[in-house]
Ligand binder design. Structure first.
Ligand code: SF4
Ligand code: SF4
Length: 112
């Protein structure tokens, strides 16, 4: 089994916290956010997985999912733990933008 170094993930976790995503520490993975996210009606899209990835510093840079959140707040209103999910989504984007990891279809001025 390959043992991965922790340091890179800690750097990302710290970056997410600095960008305002610390609220993800309250998530207990109940999935209520997934049940109300409009994206769930049209494609596979797991809000709780993104929150969990932020918690552990594993930003899915190869996926377009973190760029899909429309900030509608459905999930925030439903979350029993008061997780500011939109802040988590934005903070993951902010971690990627300085490295230029942004889909070509999205102007950088609208993601921050
Ligand atoms: S609703 Fe809140 S606590 Fe439940 S999985 Fe989503 S973010 Fe986590
Ligand atoms: S704020 Fe984003 S993640 Fe939450 S329900 Fe709306 S589109 Fe989905």
């Amino acid at each position: 089994m390959e043992i991965l170094p922790l340091e890179p993930f800690k750097v990302v976790i710290d970056g997410i916290k600095e960008a305002g995503g610390e609220a993800d520490k309250f998530c207990y993975q109940c999935g209520k956010c997934d049940s109300v996210c409009p994206w769930g009606r049209v494609r596979q899209f797991y809000v709780r997985r993104l929150v969990n990835q932020a918690k552990f510093g594993v930003v899915p840079f190869e996926s377009e999912d973190i760029w899909l959140c429309t900030t509608c707040r459905n999930c925030v209103q439903r979350c029993p733990r008061g997780v500011e999910i939109i802040d988590v989504m934005r903070s993951m984007r902010r971690v990627l933008v300085p490295d230029g990891v942004v889909p070509a279809s999205i102007p950088i001025c609208v993601v921050l």
